[in-house]
Design a protein around this ligand. Structure first.
Ligand code: ZN
Length: 245
């Protein structure tokens, strides 16, 4: 309730300042969103927490084999990612985040900041606290959020058909119970195992190369003939021999 009141208040203040300054229309500030509302247009050279929020949501658009840094600094890679996002949704591909971009992002995010087609509960089949992994609960949950935005991009690129996550975050206990590797990225919250249907496991593994996943393990890799595993490990490692990867 307080959150909603603050949001409405913020919107009112923005409207008021918009009347005074007359620049309201450029950034879509009048749109109150339950998760996050941008209050200015962003383009190359910008820095700040609002850039970080944008980068998290553009994480699935880094280009083939690349990973977009989430560092609050809007550089050439962020421009390129933004252009890919804009193209993917039929927006003017100008590399400037303004009203059109923000409205698309608002449409894509839930009030808890997860993309509309994925949820925290879907990315955690282990516990509700996100604790007991290799990182703090807050980090694990944050990592899962970033992975979800990559999955949203993957889902959209494959025609907006459903993608099924069969395993996400695991505590040490949960990981041991399913026989996961002792250094599994599932312990960090950034891993997602995807099941087949409607897309094949190979289609998922192949397409994932475009969406910011450093780790891709699929059919032909030991223990991965029944799912495609994606993660955010430190260095790129892709292996799905059956899929030509
Ligand atoms: Zn996995």
């Amino acid at each position: 309730m307080l959150r909603r009141t603050m949001r409405l208040l913020a919107t009112f203040v923005m409207l008021l300042s918009g009347i005074t300054v007359g620049t309201l229309a450029t950034a879509g500030t009048a749109h109150a969103d339950g998760c996050y509302t941008w209050s200015r247009s962003l383009s190359q050279g910008a820095t700040g927490a609002d850039v970080t929020e944008l980068q998290i949501r553009l994480g699935g658009y880094p280009g083939y084999g690349a990973v977009l840094a989430v560092d609050g600094s809007f550089g050439p890679a962020t421009t390129a990612a933004l252009k890919r996002f804009q193209s993917a949704y039929g927006l003017t591909s100008d590399g400037v985040a303004g009203t059109g971009t923000y409205n698309q992002l608002y449409a894509l995010q839930d009030d808890d900041c997860t993309p509309v087609h994925f949820s925290y509960s879907e990315l955690n089949d282990c516990n509700t606290t996100w604790s007991g992994g290799a990182v703090t609960a807050a980090t694990a949950k944050s990592n899962a959020l970033r992975t979800m935005w990559k999955l949203e991009a993957l889902r959209h690129a494959l025609g907006d058909q459903p993608i099924t996550v069969t395993s996400g975050f695991r505590s040490q206990t949960c990981n041991a119970a399913v026989g996961g590797a002792s250094d599994s990225r599932h312990l960090y919250g950034d891993a997602a195992d995807l099941g087949a249907g409607p897309h094949s496991l190979c289609t998922l593994a192949q397409q994932a190369r475009n969406h910011g996943f450093r780790g891709i393990l699929g059919p032909g890799y030991p223990g991965h003939n029944d799912h495609t595993h994606l993660d955010h490990r430190a260095a790129q490692y892709w292996s799905a021999p059956t899929c030509g990867i």
